[in-house]
Write a protein that binds this ligand. Sequence first.
Ligand SMILES: Nc1ncnc2c1ncn2[C@@H]1O[C@H](COP(=O)(O)OP(=O)(O)O)[C@@H](O)[C@H]1O
Ligand SMILES: O=P(O)(O)OC[C@H](O)CO
Length: 552
Amino acid sequence: MEKVHKDTLIGVIDAGTRTVKFCVFRPGHTKEIAEHTVDIVTHTPQEGWSEQDPKEILSAVRKCIDNVVQQLGLEAINIITLGITNQRETTILWDKTTGEPLYNAIVWNDIRTDSTVDIILAKVPDNNTNYFKNICGLPISPYFSAFKIKWLMHFAPQVKKAIKAETCLFGTVDTWILWNLTGGAKGGKHYTDVTNASRTFLMNIELLTWDPLLLHTFKIPANILPEIKSSSEIYGRVARGFPLENVRISSILGNQQASLVGQRCLKEGQAKNTYRSGCFLLYNTGISKVQSTHGLVTTVAYKFGSKPAVYALEGSVAVAGAAMKWLRDNMGFMGDIQKETESLAQEVFNTGDVYFVPAFKGLYAPYWRKDARGIICGLTAFSTKQHIIRAALEAVCFQTRDILEAMNKDCGIPLTKLHVDGKMTVNSLLMQLQADISGMPVVRAQSQDITALGTAMAAGAAEGIKAWEIYSEERELVPSDTFLPTSTESERDARYTKWKMAVQRSLGWALAKKSSVMTEERYKLLASIPCGLYVIGSFGLIALSEYLSPTS
Ligand SMILES: Nc1ncnc2c1ncn2[C@@H]1O[C@H](COP(=O)(O)OP(=O)(O)O)[C@@H](O)[C@H]1O
Ligand SMILES: O=P(O)(O)OC[C@H](O)CO
């Protein structure tokens, strides 16, 4: 192990979907010594849309760093390098001369690009969703950045204008932060790393360069794209005007890949599952790219400097912890997710045969069905909110089992245990349900900050700090506890069959024409109609209702 100065510190900016965080690690330790988190607002201007203000993300970064620097006092001077980890696919376009965003960030789980997807699908033989998979590793889906860029190019006039003037830049959240931190309009570095680039639908997964055929298909000009770099190298220094001025920035990793590194899944055949807003299972396939035939995506796991890229198979689940948020915010089932989810779900012995498929924005892996929508089925007069909360937790576990089944088929060698991390894993009931539903031991990382840890490890590696034994492939270094299955195989399979039935019922929903039910707006509109008109017969009401239908 290389000798590290005992005072050396590494900072990590973790820009997730819900929060931005800055934390600081001492090399060799798995727990951060200081951290600060700021929530990010997500705007939903229309159903299915999901936007964030890029400037709010930046100011959150600044606030978090300022706060941690204050916490550390004089010790802050020992932060010698920074890493960036981020929500992936989220798309930002900005003007390079002014630094101003041209539109809000379109978040990864936004589904406004459904029709863009249909346009691309119409161009490929047999509407084959997997047509470009051998180039970029991904299925055609609104999830990936290229569809969002195309939508912006089509619908945002300011984007069109900037592209014409050649002042438009594209970036995922890592690039936006790096460009601004390193000087913005005054010489900011326009880079991304291979892990983030592999989620855009524009990178050739073999060559690790932007792919001309894909750029042509989407009509995206190459001059808006950042340069693709490795995940661990020195990209530049923090510019004047930002806290930690002059500190080097030495790692960039998409947050799911970062937790793969943090969990030390550095050897072929090792896998981890991270439970946050979404849930993402990554399986390290080494330097070979495995093409899934069962609905998984091929992605870059990491690339350290000039070493060869390491690949992963990924099973992405769009809604995991986000379902708890929905139960709290939209259903009012609880006040505090962290304090109440587990205890409420424990109040019942099982879900009472209730199944909840949280396909709010379609289903990702292994289904890739943008026409699916959420469904709660099996309700009886006996069902309570406790049953539904428990079913929401089980949904996370069943979706993980869907991914595990696909992974076993693709890789041939079944996983024997599941390494997990992420904020949701503090929920011990969820961990036990996962063990019971998947039939394998669930090994929970004790530190929730595995994502940031992986990013710190990569930054350290670029600086020659190998204090975490990053190349040792020794997983036992991650402190953990284990949940063992208590179910029988036949119990597991019976319940899983029922889950599959529920999934079937969720499919195709968005294809059906929206029914003209009474919405709040239409109720108000009808209520404002003069009294006499109420006597119009039911036929008249139906016609009026049809006229006011959002799809008409
Ligand atoms: N004890 C808990 N039980 C179940 N879900 C939880 C619990 N604590 C947090 N969550 C969920 O986990 C997710 C945590 O996400 P977080 O890591 O903060 O952000 P993000 O994934 O958006 O970057 C939230 O969606 C929240 O609903
Ligand atoms: O911010 P998270 O943890 O929800 O992660 C989001 C993923 O990176 C989306 O692909």
